[in-house]
Design a protein around this ligand. Structure first.
Ligand SMILES: C[S@@+](CC[C@H](N)C(=O)[O-])C[C@H]1O[C@@H](n2cnc3c(N)ncnc32)[C@H](O)[C@@H]1O
Length: 318
């Protein structure tokens, strides 16, 4: 996709209604030849709106009208460029546990969780958060309200569980696992949250505190290279669940195809929550909101629901 189109689509399908700042910045970049020219000098995967905007804010550019953003970006392009080259979009959103939970809770317990593309591993604690699905009574761990309470709007016959799953093992694989005890990684995770989203910032802080107190087992490497070995380390007396959210879009077609072949051959269950273009589904029901980019939740390749990209809503169709 051409870079201008990437920014136009990000503005309309992702930022609209979520971040007025990023909406204006993305629309501005899409129409700005000089900025598009700078982005064209970067490798294609480095041209993403989320990466540019997070890198700009990481170097100190504050949320502001587009004209001010543009001036600041041009003035500090070498620094922004260097952050874009060094970092990747590793947004770690614990609220993505909300779409996963109904599937996880319905599997034979206890669970051994293996997340590929885990970032800092904050989605590996679905049993440690509280949940509020629509207007239903809250769901919480037996020990208390949970590290954070995740709210998720629901539509359709969502099989909201009566109890949280029991997790006895958690492991993650990432090209670059982020460490919630490392101040630079923490600041990058914070900067990846869009400017107006204070709820998400609070949840990130709570999830990072949880991970600091009980660090996840994270393995560095490509998911296709590591998955077999890490899966073999899962305990035999628990149900292995391999899952991923917002990851396969970063792989090329060969990488995605290799992964789906491998995962289908491994023992256990496979849960995916990815944008429709990242997983080859035969057909999908119409989106509940064609103006937004939604992800598709699926178990073992069978799609069951659409979900907001940050786990904020769940539209069940299975
Ligand atoms: C957008 S983040 C999502 C993180 C987490 N799954 C979540 O939903 O909060 C995508 C993650 O996938 C990782 N990733 C991308 N390609 C990968 C690959 N080939 N192997 C392992 N990890 C990969 C990135 O490093 C990044 O941390």
């Amino acid at each position: 996709m051409a870079t201008a189109e990437l920014y136009t689509e990000f503005a309309s399908a992702q930022a609209r209604g979520e971040s007025a700042c990023y909406l204006a910045w993305a629309q501005g970049v899409a129409a700005d030849r000089e900025l598009l020219g700078l982005l064209a000098q970067l490798p294609e995967p480095k041209r993403q709106p989320n990466l540019l905007f997070a890198a700009a804010r990481y170097t100190g550019i504050a949320p502001a009208p587009f004209a001010d953003f543009r001036a600041a970006l041009l003035a500090s392009w070498p620094q922004v460029r260097s952050v874009m080259m060094m970092r990747r979009t590793q947004t770690n959103e614990a609220a993505r546990c909300a779409p996963l939970l109904p599937l996880l809770a319905a599997l034979p317990q206890p669970l051994a969780l293996l997340e590929v593309g885990a970032s800092a591993g904050l989605c590996l604690y679905p049993d440690r958060f509280g949940y509020r699905y629509g207007n239903l009574p809250p769901l919480a761990p037996a020990s208390g309200p949970g590290a954070a309470v995740i709210s998720c709007a629901i539509e359709g016959p969502v099989p909201v569980p009566a109890a949280l799953p029991e997790v006895v093992w958690r492991a993650g694989i990432d090209l670059n696992p982020l460490d919630v005890s490392n101040p630079a990684d923490v600041r990058w995770l914070e900067t990846l949250i869009w400017p107006e989203q204070d709820d998400r910032r609070r949840r990130l802080a709570a999830a990072m505190a949880l991970a600091r107190a009980d660090p996840p087992y994270l393995v560095a490497g490509d998911l296709n290279d590591k998955i077999g070995d890490v899966a073999s380390q899962a305990p035999d007396d628990a149900t292995l669940v391999i899952f991923h959210t917002s990851v396969l879009g970063y792989l090329d077609a060969a990488g995605r195809s290799a992964f789906t072949t491998t995962v289908r051959d491994l023992p256990g269950y496979w849960i995916s929550n990815e944008i429709p273009s990242a997983v080859a589904f035969g057909s999908l029901p119409p989106s509940p909101d064609p103006t937004r980019l939604l992800s598709v939740l699926a178990q073992d390749g069978r799609p069951v629901a659409y979900a907001g990209l940050h786990g904020q809503d769940l539209h069940w169709f299975a």
